[in-house]
Design a protein around this ligand. Structure first.
Ligand code: VG1
Ligand code: CO
Length: 543
């Protein structure tokens, strides 16, 4: 057994995006590509003596091979121990939970989240720090800088580690502990929510359906819903993780989770439906024939947190990403707690949670979470909803309408134009920037533009500044149109348009969001010249 140093040359494209480095599998399979990035992480964090690393992924294609490589590299880079999920599996929230529980130095999560997998699908890698959260921008930038000058990496020459049996193994003087990926996470959930009340709700005939989309949450959902909460086995669908997610697109929204949507909108529908994404950090919440917008979901969890054991002591504050609707702000105001507006991506919430400034966080992209870990957490959100439903004994729809009646409704929608040519997408963004001066004060029917800018954020804890986080067009009545380019895609560009307007009038709360937002949608298309510039006449996905 020996540790070797291998000469390599840099790649120029290893810049982490919104959530880690994501590329197609064939890109990761290029000679030294994975190794270069992993060594750049280890060089950046300067592995201290006796350090432990957490390692696991969402089970997608190339997960196991990558884990073996990273184990060999961790040994050669001086780690004392690696905790790896059995079968190479760890959901993103479970990885965060384990980093915190065992106070490790950090963790590597292998996932491209909601992006499709398979030999030609996407793969991804992300580093999380000792607080359990995604590395902040200054670390991801340092990793990128290192990847551009890397000349060698260290790797041990050892046989593959047996990943399918829990237990401790030794490679090149380093311990590999293969651990149960579910246990610690399930225990954490049990400590936060009233499992007895949820068990009673389910035993009383309240039917639920959870779609794991053949991604990582299957084993977690089975353990929690079926074994610990007594739901029937068929409450969890697509429960077996597959390397290509059964050829599906593991993104829990109305378009890609259509199998679940059809069940919830069909005859004899269950009372509650939910889905999670590839790596288990997103959630979609459905009631019988009803869809809960993620921005509303965050606001409703906050407004009902006092009903849930883990949050009964009150919330310190709430944080939401900039494009997320201001529904949560209204709840924060009523509760008399602060609400922070951050750029897109979970890495911006970490400092606020570590400083005790916020308890709940959320993004419009089906991400919700709290300071129990430092990642968004799909099953956590589902359990939070079930706990509320068990206490309030109302339908999902009933709870949402009551919420709107009390706070007003932030009508919200996101339109995604996926895989458009990068030039066209950049052209749209440039046009918008160039129009700031003429847009300000412009009148569109009854709507007048109050301000427009490109969002920038100063972290209230460490003072770091992040610029270029999305174009905002804000109207005098508070309506907003946001344009942003995605930072998680691997092919072409994805342009996201976020639309929001406030409706206090209860008699209009039943309106479909697309109908209620029709004027804003028209304005967005007009000022961006989107159809002309991209050749697309409708969005790929509407949520
Ligand atoms: C998207 C979402 C963002 C989320 C990110 C990672 O980023 O919009 O809210 O934090 O995905 O989520 P982008 O740059 O494509 O808009 V996940 O579930 O991929 O870790
Ligand atoms: Co995800």
């Amino acid at each position: 057994m020996q540790a070797g140093t291998i000469a390599t040359a840099p790649y120029t494209d290893q810049k982490p995006g919104t959530s880690g480095l994501r590329k197609r599998v064939p890109v990761f399979r290029q000679a030294h590509y994975l190794e270069n990035f992993v060594q750049s992480i280890f060089d950046t964090i300067a592995v201290p003596p006796n350090a432990t690393l957490v390692l696991g992924g969402d089970g997608r294609y190339y997960n196991r091979e990558a884990i073996q490589v990273i184990l060999r590299m961790a040994a050669a880079n001086g780690f004392m121990r690696v905790l790896v999920g059995k079968g190479g599996i760890l959901s993103t929230p479970a990885a965060s939970c384990i980093i915190r529980k065992y106070r490790t130095h950090g963790g590597i999560i292998l996932s491209a989240s909601h992006n499709p997998g398979g030999p030609d699908g996407d793969f991804g890698i992300k580093y999380n720090t000792a607080n359990g959260g995604p590395a902040p921008e200054k670390i991801t930038e340092a990793i990128f800088a290192q990847s551009k000058k890397i000349a060698q990496y260290r790797i041990s020459e050892t046989a593959d580690v047996e990943l399918d049996r829990t237990g401790d193994y030794e490679i090149s003087g380093m311990t590999v502990s293969v651990i149960d990926p579910v246990e610690a996470y399930a225990e954490l959930m049990e400590s936060l929510f009233d499992f007895t009340a949820i068990r009673k709700l389910l035993a009383g005939g309240f039917k639920i359906k959870f779609d794991a989309m053949h991604a990582v949450t299957g084993p977690y959902a089975r353990e929690i819903f079926v074994h610990r909460l007594g739901a029937p086995v068929d409450s969890v669908m697509n429960a077996v993780p597959l390397p290509d997610f059964g050829s599906g697109h593991p993104d829990p929204n109305l378009t890609y989770a259509h199998e679940l949507v059809e069940i919830l909108y069909g005859e004899d529908a269950p009372e509650f439906g939910a889905a999670s994404d590839g790596d288990g950090d997103r959630n979609m919440i459905l009631g019988k024939q009803f869809f809960v917008t993620p921005s509303d979901s965050l606001a409703i969890l906050a407004a009902n947190a006092h009903l849930v054991p883990g949050y009964q002591q009150g919330l310190a504050g709430i944080a939401r990403s900039m494009p997320t609707s201001a529904a949560a702000d209204r709840v924060a105001k009523t509760l008399g707690i602060p609400c922070y507006e951050t750029p897109t991506g979970w890495k911006f919430f970490g400092n606020l949670m570590d400083a005790g400034k916020v308890t709940l966080c959320g993004e419009e992209s089906f991400g919700t979470g709290s300071d129990h870990i430092r990642e968004k957490d799909g099953l956590w959100a589902v359990l939070f909803w079930l706990n509320i439903l068990a206490v309030r004994k109302q339908s999902v729809q009933g709870i949402v309408f009551e919420h709107w009646a009390k706070y007003g409704r932030n009508v919200y929608s996101r339109h995604d134009y996926e895989d458009i040519p990068a030039d066209a997408a950049n052209g749209v963004m440039k046009l918008l920037h160039d129009s700031f001066a003429t847009l300000k004060g412009a009148q569109f029917g009854h709507l007048q533009v109050k301000m427009c800018d490109d969002f920038s954020y100063t972290d209230p804890v460490d003072g770091s500044v992040s610029t270029g986080q999305g174009v905002r067009i804000i109207f005098t009545d508070g309506s907003r149109i946001i344009f942003r380019l995605s930072g998680t895609g691997t092919g072409g560009a994805t342009l996201r348009i976020y639309l929001e307007s406030f409706e206090p009038d209860v008699s209009k709360h039943h309106l479909d969001a697309q109908v209620a937002l029709a004027t804003l949608i028209r304005i967005a298309l007009q000022i961006s010249e989107l159809h002309k510039r991209t050749g697309r006449d409708k969005p790929t996905v509407i949520t």
